[in-house]
Write a protein of this length. Structure first.
Lengths: 86, 646
């Protein structure tokens, strides 16, 4: 699971920053506050997480508390161990 | 109607006819029915004519009786018959039946103040040979364009910038601050244009060039009461209808048939209904339909056609069509655009022309002056919530916004609240209503090159706009502040220009806008905001005024903004897009223009090609970057040669 944060970071840099890696993007950076993610971005992110980590995200889980930074995402993914084990 | 250009040599040399010929040829599309040039020593005026009023004797440039005044004029003075009567009573004699001659006599009588009497859409230049003065004016709302430049002792002006570039030696460079403005607001802040050193005469302004000096002044601007007098709903709707009927009647004055655009929405249904119900004019309507159901409104257009029994014709706009014509659209728009929406309007104008029409009435302006845009609704909900941020009920209204934006509708309440979050400091911002839109648009700046970033430094487009707000702005209600931003800036800077005049005039079509009659605009400004938007019911008073003169289904229909396919019209998953797209977005061309970062642009292109769902932000970036590259290519690097240039 230690690999999750770099993987997510790479996805964010590639898809939302278009390769423009920024030192400002820390594991704690809020995607909303930094303007990285808009409404389509949330759906993109959910699609990526579901596919890459083979998990299903329920509607009520799509909230900033779970998805709004690299660290929160990593924690959220780790909180779903059973599905990950598939 | 028409295209104009001209010059005044201030160094003592004579104006050259050949240069004027070359300048006016650049705007020949605006007036394909004939052209005229007048040279008087250092002064030269040119005119490309689209004949609409006084087909026989209305040629321009036109003189007064003793030839001391000469005018070149683009547009219409709709109340010219009434002004003419007043002038005749004062002893003026007329040689033609045109509105052009009315301008000359009105100027003789009142000088620059004459524009206050005009109800119309104009840009014109009058040469006063006695005083050696050039007077130029542009209409109140900015329907007709006017650009100018002082170039090494020569004053140049024209309807379109490309005409000024036809004067030998005028430098063609992009203004990076103007690019930054478009990628924030969608428009440039006049007098700034996308080209360094070229100025736009702002709407509601006049100017004089005299003894080598240029003086520009404002003669009109939208304004709102600080407090609203009580108004009876019935009486208000009645007065609005009365004004709209008269505005329409005046706008049907022409010696050629007049058509109407139908979008499927409320505003164009109203203008069409006004023609049908209150005039004897024969009525033909035109519309555009889309391949993609998300954008297509033909079903609603047909409801209006059936209800009002119009002869109707529509053009089908395919997603690929937009990509094909996009370079021409940008050439005519003369500034970057971040939406492709002007492209279908370009196709629609072509359809009108092919049907033998030169003039169309449209519903433009209703959203600005009567409060129709979603941005007003969004601001109302955000402000309501912002006043009590802890409320659990107030943010539920957010779900009522943008029903046509599917990705937004799929969001959880928590994310909706996050997207529309009101920061405490936003509540006191003069731009409260527009901050979400501008912040979203500005995301395209992520693609700036390091050089662009360095050159822009600390530049903040919002600061420049803040300096332009009238002193009374802060005393207006929030709703009116938002209306002002739309009416004074977005309307002339995008809706009436990139999407309006330029697309129509590319095919020699003149748009006329009853909602932009200044009497309608001034009356609408006095209507209390709560009657413009009742609850979240937009343009309430207009719906009440028009009543059952349009189909009920259209009257009750939620606002559907006019949109067109964006990124997918210019980029394809299989790479089969038009060759110019690959060319413009190729690394060497991105680097040549120097505005964007080639690697980041490539990332965006690849993402779009992969066919992943891309949202508003990425769509705007694709269209904004491509159109900026096209502007750089067509105007700076390879300024298009005309066949007549030889």
């Amino acid at each position: 699971m230690a690999d999750i944060e770099p993987q997510i970071r790479a996805f964010i840099v590639e898809n939302f920053l278009f390769g423009e890696d920024s030192a400002d993007l820390t594991p704690e950076s809020s995607f909303l506050e930094s303007g990285i993610i808009d409404s389509t971005g949330v759906l993109e992110l959910v699609g990526y997480i579901e596919k890459t980590y083979n998990i299903k995200i329920r509607d009520e889980e799509i909230v900033p508390e779970n998805l709004d930074s690299i660290r929160r995402l990593a924690k959220f993914i780790q909180s779903k161990p059973l599905l990950l084990a598939k | 109607m028409c295209g104009i250009s001209g010059l005044l040599e201030l160094k003592g040399c004579a104006a050259e006819r050949a240069v004027l010929q070359s300048m006016i040829a650049r705007v020949g599309h605006r007036g394909p029915d004939g052209s005229g040039i007048y040279v008087d020593g250092p002064l030269g005026l040119a005119h490309a004519r689209l004949s609409i009023i006084d087909l026989a004797t209305g040629d321009q440039p036109m003189h007064n009786e003793d030839r001391s005044l000469t005018v070149t004029f683009n547009g219409e003075i709709f109340n010219y018959l009434e002004i003419r009567k007043e002038l005749e009573a004062l002893g003026h004699r007329f040689a033609t039946t045109s509105d052009t001659e009315v301008i000359l006599h009105a100027y003789e009588e009142k000088g620059p103040e004459c524009v206050h009497d005009f109800n119309g859409q104009w840009s014109f230049a009058i040469w006063d040979a006695r005083k050696n003065e050039l007077f130029i004016s542009r209409d109140r709302l900015g329907v007709r364009p006017l650009f100018y430049k002082m170039h090494e002792g020569t004053f140049l002006f024209a309807s379109e910038i490309k005409s000024i570039f036809a004067y030998p030696g005028v430098p063609r460079r992009l203004d990076i601050r103007a690019i930054d403005q478009v990628l924030t607001f969608w428009f440039t802040l006049p007098p700034r244009t996308i080209f360094e050193g070229i100025s736009e005469l702002p709407p509601g302004h006049s100017m004089k060039v005299s003894r080598g000096e240029v003086k520009v002044w404002r003669y009109w601007q939208p304004t709102y009461p600080t407090e609203f007098a009580p108004m009876n709903e019935e009486a208000c709707a009645g007065r609005l209808l009365e004004l709209l009927v008269d505005a329409t009647r005046l706008r049907l004055r022409a010696d050629v048939p007049v058509g109407a655009y139908l979008s499927g929405g409320l505003d164009s249904a109203v203008t069409t209904s006004l023609i049908k119900n209150f005039t004897q004019a024969p009525l033909k309507t035109f519309s555009v339909g889309f391949d993609q159901p998300e954008f297509d409104e033909r079903e609603f257009q047909q409801q209006v056609v059936r209800y009002l029994d119009t002869r109707h014709q529509s053009v089908q706009c395919g997603t690929a069509d937009i990509g094909q014509i996009f370079p021409d659209v940008v050439w005519h728009a003369e500034k970057p655009i971040i939406r492709t929406a002007p492209a279908p309007m370009y196709m629609l104008a072509k359809l009108v022309r092919e049907n033998g029409y030169k003039v169309v009435l449209t519903g433009e302006g209703a959203d600005e002056v009567l409060g129709g845009y979603d941005i007003f609704k969004e601001a109302k909900v955000r402000r309501f919530w912002g006043r009590n941020p802890q409320s659990r009920v107030r943010p539920l209204l957010l779900a009522k916004l943008y029903p046509y934006m599917h990705n937004l509708q799929k969001q959880s309440p928590a994310y909706l609240q996050a997207f529309f979050h009101v920061r405490p400091e936003d509540l006191s911002s003069p731009f409260f209503s527009h901050l979400p839109r501008w912040e979203l648009t500005a995301k395209s700046k992520l693609f700036y090159s390091p050089r662009m970033r360095a050159e822009l430094g600390e530049y903040d487009a919002c600061d420049e706009l803040r300096q332009m707000l009238p002193p009374e702005f802060s005393s207006w209600p929030a709703f009116c502040q938002a209306q002002y931003l739309e009416t004074a800036f977005l309307l002339p800077g995008y809706i009436l220009s990139s999407q309006g005049d330029r697309m129509a005039m590319a095919h020699g079509i003149e748009g006329r806008y009853p909602f932009l009659d200044y009497r309608v605009v001034e009356f609408a400004a006095t209507i209390p905001p709560r009657m413009k938007m009742k609850g979240l019911n937009e343009k309430f008073v207009l719906k009440k005024a028009i009543g059952n003169r349009i189909p009920e289904s259209i009257r009750q229909r939620p606002k559907q903004p006019y949109r067109a396919p964006d990124a997918d019209s210019v980029l394809r998953a299989d790479g089969s897009e038009p060759a110019y797209v690959r060319e413009m977005l190729a690394e060497r061309n991105i680097e040549k223009a120097g505005i964007f970062n080639a690697r980041a642009v490539d990332g965006l292109v690849q993402k779009t090609r992969r066919g992943q769902t891309i949202g508003v932000k990425d769509n705007m970036a694709v269209v904004g970057i491509l159109s900026t590259q096209l502007i750089s290519d067509q105007f700076v690097n390879n300024f298009r040669r005309l066949e007549t240039d030889g």
